[in-house]
Design a protein around this ligand. Structure first.
Ligand code: HEC
Length: 239
């Protein structure tokens, strides 16, 4: 019995010394790392030398023909919102911005703002249509009904843009949804430029209007035409 006590006591002392007794000792060897995670990696620090490349520099030029995200693409590149949307005033050169103002957040103070921050010209609308069809229609459908091609492949719960809730939603909140996503919809802030997000909202509003338009939305002279008049009998339908 006593033997076990001494063995136990010796082990305890050993443990105590190893945990506390060695504290403060200096050693040139690296500490034991149980979970080194990614503390040490094979990588180059900025501006450092490298004997791998013939010019001895680790920093490389951009691959020819590529444009880093956030830099102005060369003029004439049709993927830039600015070439196709005309003059956007103070927002002419914004591409991807994380500034805290309305144009980049959709917020005015503590609430969602509403309104397009630049003039919604026909060019903006056309750009919005193109960007909507590229980025959103796959899920939300060409008319926003939530019946895009992905819904046929089992993606459930795609919001119908025609519902009253989204028709009433502030533009800023939709901007935020495009930027950051919402529930199961992922964000497109990293791929859709800021002016394009607003252009998409313009087009989305037009889509919503298209499904809720009345005869009063037509110019008077056209509305007065017989085939548009609500009082005229409907033309005979083919059997
Ligand atoms: C991969 C499919 C997918 C794409 C692409 C997509 N969405 Fe969505 N979106 C969804 C789904 C799913 C929801 C419903 C999310 C929820 O509330 O559960 C949704 C919800 C929304 C809502 C409603 C958000 C709310 O507050 O209820 C808006 C507005 C919206 N999307 C706009 C857009 C716009 C604009 C684009 C294009 C830039 C886009 N979405 C692209 C899947 C998509």
């Amino acid at each position: 019995m006593l033997r076990y006590f001494f063995i136990g006591f010796a082990l305890f002392v050993l443990l105590l010394v190893s945990m506390t007794g060695l504290r403060g000792w200096k050693s040139k060897r690296p500490p034991i790392e149980l979970f080194p995670d990614m503390v040490r990696q094979a990588k180059y620090k900025a501006q450092s030398e490298s004997d791998f490349y013939s010019d001895d520099r680790s920093a490389r030029h951009h691959v020819k023909g590529t444009v880093p995200v956030g830099y102005a693409p060369p003029q004439g590149n049709s993927s830039s919102s600015h070439d196709t949307m005309g003059d956007l005033g103070p927002y002419q050169n914004i591409q991807f911005s994380a500034s805290p103002d309305y144009v980049a957040t959709g917020r005015m103070g503590n609430q969602w703002g509403t309104g397009i921050p630049f003039e919604a010209t026909a060019a903006v609308m056309k750009r919005g249509q193109e960007r909507y069809n590229i980025n959103c229609a796959v899920c939300h459908g060409a008319s926003g009904m939530g019946n895009g091609i992905t819904s046929k492949y089992g993606l459930n719960g795609i919001a119908n843009q025609q519902q009253q809730r989204i028709r009433d939603m502030a533009d800023g909140e939709i901007f935020n949804t495009i930027t950051w996503g919402k529930n199961t919809m992922m964000g497109y802030g990293a791929t859709i430029q800021v002016p394009d997000r607003w252009a998409i909202i313009c087009y989305l509003r037009a889509l919503q209007h298209s499904q809720h338009a009345t005869i009063k939305d037509l110019p008077e002279d056209i509305a007065a035409q017989k085939e548009f008049s609500t009082t005229a009998p409907l033309p005979a339908q083919p059997k």
